[in-house]
Design a protein around this ligand. Sequence first.
Ligand code: GTP
Ligand code: SPV
Ligand code: MN
Length: 596
Amino acid sequence: MNTNVTSNKYVNAWIAEMAEMVKPSDIILIDGSEEQAEALRKQALASGELIKLNEEKLPNCYLHRTAVNDVARVENRTFICTRKKEDAGNINNWMEPKECYAKLSKLFAGSYKGKPMYVIPYSMSVVGSDFAKYGIELTDSIYVVLNMLIMTRVGKNVLEALGDSDNFIKGLHACANVDEENRYICHFPEDNTIWSVNSAYGGNVLLGKKCFALRIASYLGRKEGWMAEHMLILGIENPEGEIKYITAAFPSACGKTNLAMLIPPEIYKKKGYKTWCVGDDIAWLRVGKDGRLWAVNPENGFFGVAPGTNEHSNPNALHTAMRDTIFTNVAHNLDDNTVWWEGLNDNLPTNCIDWKGNKWDPSKYDKKDKTTCAAHPNSRFTAKATNCPCLSDKFNDPAGVPITAIVFGGRRAKTAPLVYQSRSWQHGVFVGSIMASETTAAAAGAVGVVRRDPMAMRPFVGYDMGDYWQHWLDMGKMIANPPKIFHVNWFRTDENGHFIWPGFGDNMRVIMWILARCAGTVDAVDTPIGYEPRPEDIDLTGLDLTIDDLKGLLNVDRKLWLEDCKGIREFYKQVGDRVPSVLYDELADLEKRLSE
Ligand code: GTP
Ligand code: SPV
Ligand code: MN
């Protein structure tokens, strides 16, 4: 077998070493061509790995179902393997690198038997740009290849840009037996290496995404003086044509894709406001020569949550996913060979196969019982960024976009108000560090449990959480003109458990206040937790929401907050010795203001 599939000796040597372990039938370089992609799709159709959907209604779209035990990220099986345990920190799972390589080698051994090894050279960010980092993923899965072709920039030009350098992230993936007892997602930041075995679900196996662009990249960012964050990037254009960009970090399945593609409410549309999506999940941030913070989206597509996506909530995402898309674990509507998911529309399909591959009986569907869903709650679409109707014309700009505001947010029924502004960069870092959110179906485990999820990065920081917060503080000192930092919560509920705030496009009303604060054109109310809008400064025109409802959404319940402070202190203790002392000072100040 020819292992010299590239002209880079480091790449070839590594492929040879991995091939020796996994024993593929062949080695195939993915060149990024449409011909090769089409041949692989044909093969996946023949094997049943993909189902071709209605070419008229959903051109070039496919359906894929993963194993029933393999539908989300597995945080308890995700490891950061640094030589010293303390460098991975208390929040991450840790394994000693040598021990981990040895353990996983046994699982990888012979795992490609009878299958070829696909070699995927990919770039995170525009090939050749200052932000760009290169990776090579080895996989036995055509599904992974086809997803990577959408989600990243793949092709021979990546190998040309890499040249004869050894500076690339080595990713090895094997579906093996998709055995959850032996599933491991392991990161070796000191070796630029990722090993993923026994899964075939997106976040565990599209190694450019969470594994590289967040876990490994956050580690590199700390070393090299930049940041890798779980953030959307959104541009808001005013009637004069001036565009301000914001980033927002919300935990998994908490609204990044939706905010990134929002359509302005009528009141703003009429005036000429427009919105532009730069990214929906990951941002890489660097300090520009002009002293501002600049962001790029290192990805090339969207791996978006399907349920809840519809013509009203997120028409842009829906249109993006109407062509050239791979759907994973959604329902298959046999009437017209299309797809369906909960929240797409009210027409429950009567002739339908559910995400597990079984006939679905709509009469047994119970909104409150997730086990009766036709689509898995974490079913996803993999769609090309360039198919997005509101894609920013800066999407491929190697310089990225300058950031005016950073927005943190979570899913919280109580406690966190609709919006507040931090008092300073340092206070903003504190606000990010104390983020909490109800867990979602994006990760295996319980759903709806409040947990601390600092900067929406709890599952994605590739080193110690305390060091990560220190890096945020240090970055603030490097930015002459830092973005202002805010916190939002779209998910407060009333006594019946219904969301009070309309959300989705109407979130723009809150973003407008945020931008006005950044421009210095609106006053604020000083509260114990930070600056809040005067209720009259959030435009409610056209909404079925009273000013009293809004006051309720902005209310800071001191008792709840003081209770929360205890939880924060507990969490800081859990993070351990490396929590920056200024964050403890911020916590003490907050407690003092709340008790006054
Ligand atoms: P990841 O891809 O997992 O990182 O998630 P994400 O943050 O991009 O989440 P996404 O925008 O896909 O939203 C997840 C779920 O939250 C979907 O079912 C949405 O319909 C719902 N959602 C998003 N925005 C809002 C909002 O403003 N209000 C309410 N009530 N629900 C929302
Ligand atoms: C998330 O879980 O935050 C996602 C989906 O964006 S995954 O790629 O599976 O991580
Ligand atoms: Mn995400």
